[in-house]
Design a protein around this ligand. Structure first.
Ligand SMILES: [Zn+2]
Length: 96
């Protein structure tokens, strides 16, 4: 049902889940206290009508911003540290 699909994706990510994922990625990527990271969830029509991906923008001090993507929803990534290894460059995820 289209409306149910809209409801499922519309809410903003849970703040606690965002914080948990950022902490997990900080450890996974060995980021320092002065490095910054943001995470957000996006729809990916290229991967399917209901496909949701999570994007992490990693800003290591003194370096450019690097975008990493995972093919999993933020909710799953926040509770499954084993999924953090699925974050990679967009080319790896989409073959471009
Ligand atoms: Zn995609």
């Amino acid at each position: 049902m289209a409306f149910a699909g809209w409801l499922r994706r519309a809410p903003k990510p849970d703040r606690a889940e965002v914080a948990a994922l950022k902490d997990g990625l900080r450890a996974h990527l060995a980021l320092g206290a002065e490095d910054e990271i943001t995470v957000s969830e996006i729809a990916c029509p290229a991967c399917g009508p209901d496909a949701v991906e999570t994007v992490a923008l990693v800003m290591r001090r003194g370096e450019g911003t690097v975008a990493l993507k995972s093919p999993h929803p933020l909710h799953d990534l926040a509770s499954r540290p084993d999924l953090l290894a699925t974050f990679g460059r967009d080319e790896a995820l989409h073959g471009r």
